[in-house]
Design a protein around this ligand. Structure first.
Ligand SMILES: *Cc1c(COP(=O)(O)O)cnc(C)c1O
Length: 418
């Protein structure tokens, strides 16, 4: 029985305001979907409440378990990355944490590339260690090192392409093959690729996601970056293609209560249609800036996977540039500023930039710069990195001409060669 006109009193009161009989006509259709906000979801009857199944998205039971807005975003993200199931979480880091907590238990070990996103390493060294889950770092540029470190306790291997900050591009298909051979789950932090530079569930690029395909088990993604595109939303996703693995992640997600706000989901839905155009624009600008840096004597090394000589360039070419010249990359690169310049000088250079803002994260309209102390972030100084001070740039959507002028003035003012 539908209780759609429940109040007995004919006298207008605050109850009328809350239990109002008017319902707008169905069938509203427009470019952007509606924002459905809910903790409580109504059931017409108790029997219906007992029957409803939220795990397969066939119904609604509670805001935390999904709304039309979050289901819609999940499905569209699956389309972007080539997955079948998706969970939304409140940040990219929460996506990494959810994967770890869903698949690891006391006594297990997780392998992490030494150039992984820093907070993922910190999670392993903090909460995971407290739970009796051990971790080891492997050399992301050496698949043999990965194989050597896999033991019978290894339950999860993290992959990142390219690594954070130092931007080495690993031989991702080979790493995945090695995890497959040993029967170990592999999860990719796919924030850089964003489902655009390559397909995490079709690493052979033959459009086949079936039995013969080469795929990661899990793609975790900081939607905070390109899917949001505004520098104003924190969100993450965990995408899979296997129902049992997804259910494991979903139940952990539910027990941890990792809901996302409907307005934030709507913001990402609003940005998603333009993601490929923005990604390409960020990419072109980053390459223009990187090419300019190559002409500057202050730049001892360029770390942008699409550039000849950059760490892992051949792996980027093989995975992302199959049709040579058409490959894409995120708008992110680092340079090693020559060791003759002090940290103080490099900091002054960053402070002296006018268009580039100093700030973490990336994927928004404004270009960002951050100097990093790589020695404190790695087990050892990577052999392929020249000495110097690393500065990472994330390109926004400004004109590359103006950005280069800005770099030029700050270099002239703060990094004199003579
Ligand atoms: C930014 C980022 C994250 C974390 O995303 P947040 O939404 O900021 O928590 C994870 N991995 C990579 C590679 C990132 O760049």
């Amino acid at each position: 029985m539908q209780k759609d006109h429940p109040y007995p009193s004919a006298v207008p009161s605050v109850t009328h305001l809350i239990h109002h009989p008017y319902k707008p006509p169905a069938g509203f259709d427009a470019p952007q979907p509606g924002v459905f906000k809910a903790s409580t979801v109504y059931f017409p009857t108790v029997a219906d409440m007992r029957q409803r199944e939220w795990k397969d998205k066939s119904a609604y039971t509670y805001g935390l378990h999904g709304t039309p807005t979050t289901y819609l975003l999940e499905e569209r993200l699956c389309a972007l990355e080539g997955g079948l199931q998706c969970m939304l979480v409140p940040s990219g880091l929460a996506a990494l944490a959810l994967v770890a907590l869903a698949v690891l238990k006391t006594g297990d070990e997780v392998l992490i590339p030494d150039n992984a996103y820093g907070p993922n390493k910190a999670l392993a060294d903090g909460e995971l260690r407290h739970f009796g889950i051990t971790h080891r770092f492997y050399d992301p540029m050496d698949p043999q090192d990965l194989s050597r470190q896999i033991t019978e306790r290894t339950r999860l291997v993290w992959l990142e392409a390219p690594g954070s900050v130092s931007m080495e591009f690993p031989d991702l298909p080979e790493m995945v093959r090695r995890c497959r051979e040993r029967g170990v789950l592999c999860a990719l932090d796919n924030t850089w690729g964003a489902g655009l530079a390559f397909k995490p569930f079709d690493l052979l690029g033959d459009g086949d996601a079936g039995e013969g395909s080469l795929a990661v088990d899990i793609s975790a993604h900081a939607l905070t970056k390109y899917p949001s595109g505004g520098g104003d939303v924190l969100m993450g996703s965990v995408i899979t293609r296997e129902a049992a693995l997804h259910l494991k992640i979903k139940l952990c997600h539910m027990r941890l209560g990792l809901g996302v706000a409907a307005n934030d989901a709507e913001t990402v839905l609003r940005s998603l249609p333009s993601i490929a155009l923005r990604y390409s624009a960020h990419d072109q600008t980053a390459r223009a800036l990187a090419a300019w840096w190559q002409t500057q004597p202050q730049c001892a090394q360029l770390m942008h996977p699409a550039f000849e000589g950059a760490p892992g360039h051949a792996h980027w070419k093989a995975l992302c540039d199959r049709d040579p010249g058409t490959g894409s990359a995120a708008g992110l690169f680092s340079i090693m500023i020559d060791a003759r310049f002090s940290q103080v000088q490099v900091d002054a250079f960053c402070d002296g930039l006018k268009l580039f803002k100093i700030g973490y994260s990336w994927g928004g309209p404004v270009s960002l710069v951050v100097p990093y102390n790589i020695a404190s972030m790695r087990q050892a100084w990577p052999v392929h990195l020249k000495p110097g001070t690393l500065v990472r740039f994330s390109t926004g959507l400004e004109s590359s001409h103006d950005l280069i002028l800005d770099l030029h003035q700050a270099v002239q003012a703060h990094l004199p060669m003579a």
